[in-house]
Design a protein around this ligand. Structure first.
Ligand code: ATR
Length: 271
């Protein structure tokens, strides 16, 4: 049996074992996938032991994504852009490859639910690791513009500056935001602490789609806010979670599982 895992701290809440077990069943793969907790200061030691004992690959989650980025012996372009790794794989040559499938997962889910991003004006809220992880793939999808805003504006400006070679990206002060956006993506961790974002109500109109990269059993505070104000569509991060997992699975196993049934199954499981 080939062995895979998600490594994090804490990690017992992770839905990845559930998702990958369904993928393996769906595609008839002989593999195991488990959640493994490593002490916060023991990532390298722990992962060395796991690979020495035959682990074929793993997902890496909070707080180890940057450490995994430095640990990988080879990086994909998108991992370099994200400066974070959520997928490690032992290649046929025995090299540890680091990739980041978060952005691809978001794009796949947006495509499924929202359609293409060409000519769309997108507001990306947040300028931390989650925002950085998806910005490159978002710009690659040829939107009209991505505008970044953040509670701490200097971080939004810095992120926009760093990605200016990759597409039409800018930053804005929150007070200056208007109703011109087609899609708002919440990449902040505010929903985790149950906070709604202090965004202007004027952003929301009857054609807008809002996407919270977080998820919970009910509507996230951000999606609740957008829905109350009449947004056309609100989506949460369940689809992104399953889609980034499918991308990791494809990297390891060379075949891509279907996501729709797994998204539905996970949603039922969250209730
Ligand atoms: P992650 O890896 O999840 O992105 P992070 O790098 O700590 O975590 O970034 C968290 C993001 O959520 C930041 O953009 C943060 O804003 P600041 O840069 O101003 O700290 C944002 N954030 C977290 N809680 C928030 C809240 N209650 N309101 C608005 N923004 C919040």
């Amino acid at each position: 049996m080939d062995r895979y895992a998600v490594i994090g701290h804490p990690v017992s809440h992770s839905k990845s074992p559930f998702i990958h077990t369904l993928f393996a069943r769906q595609t008839f793969q002989q593999m195991t996938y488990e959640a493994l907790d490593l002490p916060e200061d023991r990532f390298v030691e722990g992962i060395n032991v796991l690979f020495a004992n035959g682990l074929r690959g793993c997902n890496v989650t909070v707080p180890f994504k940057q450490e995994a980025y430095h640990y990988a012996q080879q990086l994909t372009e998108r991992a370099k852009l994200a400066q974070a790794v959520n997928t490690l794989k032992v290649t046929d040559d025995g090299i540890i490859l680091g990739d980041n499938t978060d952005g691809a997962g978001l794009l796949a889910d947006l495509k499924l639910e929202f359609g293409g991003l060409e000519n769309q004006k997108i507001l990306l809220v947040g300028a931390g690791g989650a925002a950085r992880g998806v910005l490159g793939p978002l710009l690659k999808a040829n939107p009209a513009q991505v505008v970044i805003c953040n509670r701490t504006p200097a971080k939004a400006k810095a992120l926009a500056d760093q990605f200016s070679d990759y597409g039409h990206v800018d930053y804005s002060l929150i007070e200056a935001l208007d109703e011109s956006f087609d899609l708002i993506i919440n990449a902040t961790s505010a929903s985790l602490s149950g906070h709604a974002l202090a965004l202007p109500d004027a952003l929301i109109h009857h054609k807008i789609c809002c996407y919270d990269m977080m998820y919970m059993s009910g509507l996230t505070p951000f999606n609740q806010w957008a829905k109350n104000l009449g947004a056309r569509q609100v989506l949460d991060g369940v689809g992104m979670l399953v889609s980034q997992a499918a991308e990791s699975f494809a990297i390891w196993r060379g075949l891509r599982p279907g996501t729709r049934s797994v998204i539905n199954e996970l949603r039922r499981n969250l209730r």
